[in-house]
Design a protein around this ligand. Structure first.
Ligand SMILES: *Cc1c(COP(=O)(O)O)cnc(C)c1O
Length: 357
């Protein structure tokens, strides 16, 4: 680390005894096991200050903080893997920071400088690098987040904030291919809203619809545009792609969907293989008709937690449309394997996505 004014010193307080021996790495529930340390940086008087790594655990806070009452809360999701030489590998980390700052701007929160983010992330992952699992499909899930901390219940942007990161060793997010239900009643996002931000409210607001879909046997809602429920957008936590003939289509970034880093990586990979990718409005009618007439042969979801998951059932207006043979889907399987191999350092990284720390 170079000495410069753009660097924030990070004070490190280590655990006296690691918890790692208590973890059964073969049976981890996603997001329920936490590594030994967490990182905190506070924002006050207009600057980020007091960066520290401390044992993971509870941190006392006022019950009046604005994040709880008015939702100034944003987050990111990333993963670290262990490379063949045992060193931690991060995947496109500065893209997560850029998106965090896009979310921050929309929620009227301060941006975090790239050096602070990268130093904090690197230091925390190094501190807990023995928590990075190496079994197939596993990884160290990293959760950076920021929230307003003013103890003040007037509705206005907080003047103080906390940025924090903790990490969780995880196995695969979805163990099964996905069955989704198309939203025809509820909406997740709308033009001019916050659909493109990874802000906490976007997740709370979809829980009822998701629970209702789950009660009917589907795992996720496939969201549609709020005006007409005619064009697909994304699921609650993943972007969505559809193979039609030999080309691939995915909804364009119009402000209502999250600009997934996995989405962008999939688009770049497909294009590098000579596959035509169209980013444009994708009507649900085009998908279900295509499934019925055989032109739609692969539908899949992408995201950091899940990487790439086939969607095998799409329920639309109470009718199930089923896609068969996902084990041999050409694009999905090649994309999933290539992404995993690049992230774990097993394959070449022609795009310069992987950062070794
Ligand atoms: C996080 C997220 C994604 C996936 O983004 P990645 O950068 O690929 O992890 C897609 N949609 C929503 C709504 C998300 O929250």
């Amino acid at each position: 680390m170079s000495e410069s004014a753009t660097r924030l010193p990070i004070a490190i307080t280590r655990v006296t005894e690691s918890n790692i021996g208590k973890v059964d790495f073969n049976n981890i529930q996603f997001g329920k096991v936490f590594s030994d340390h967490q990182l905190i940086i506070d924002y006050r008087n207009g600057t980020w200050t007091d960066a520290r790594i401390l044992p993971y655990g509870e941190v006392p806070m006022s019950m009046a903080i604005s994040a709880i009452h008015y939702g100034q809360a944003i987050f990111e999701g990333m993963k670290a893997q262990k490379g063949p030489d045992g060193k931690p590998l991060l995947f496109r980390p500065t893209d997560n920071l850029k998106r965090l700052n896009v979310s921050a701007a929309r929620m009227c929160m301060p941006e975090l400088p790239e050096d602070y983010f990268m130093d904090a992330l690197t230091e925390l992952v190094k501190t807990d690098s023995n928590w990075i699992p190496t079994a197939e499909g596993s990884g160290l899930y990293i959760r950076p987040f920021m929230f307003g901390t003013d103890a003040f219940i007037g509705v206005k942007p907080s003047e103080t904030y906390r940025f924090s990161i903790f990490t969780c060793p995880v196995n695969a997010y979805y163990l099964q291919p996905l069955k989704v239900k198309v939203a025809t009643q509820y909406s997740r996002a709308f033009k001019g809203g916050v659909g493109f931000a990874k802000c906490a409210g976007n997740y709370g607001s979809q829980m009822l619809a998701t629970r209702e879909a789950q009660a009917q046997g589907y795992m996720q809602v496939l969201w549609t545009d709020a005006e007409e429920h005619k064009y697909i957008e994304e699921t609650g936590t993943t972007n969505v792609f559809v193979r039609i003939g030999n080309k691939v289509v995915t909804p364009n970034l119009d402000g209502t969907i999250l600009a997934g880093i996995t989405r962008d990586s999939v688009i770049q990979l497909l294009k590098s293989w000579g596959v035509t990718v169209e980013e444009r409005p994708v009507a649900i009618a085009e998908i279900v008709d295509g499934i019925e007439n055989g032109t739609v042969t692969e539908v899949f979801a992408t995201g950091t937690a899940a990487t790439l998951v086939p969607i095998v059932v799409i329920n639309y207006n109470d009718k199930d449309y089923t896609l068969n043979g996902h084990e041999t889907w050409e694009y999905s399987n090649k994309l999933g394997k290539t992404l995993t191999d690049i992230k774990t350092g097993k394959a070449e990284d022609p795009f310069g996505w992987v950062v070794k720390i």
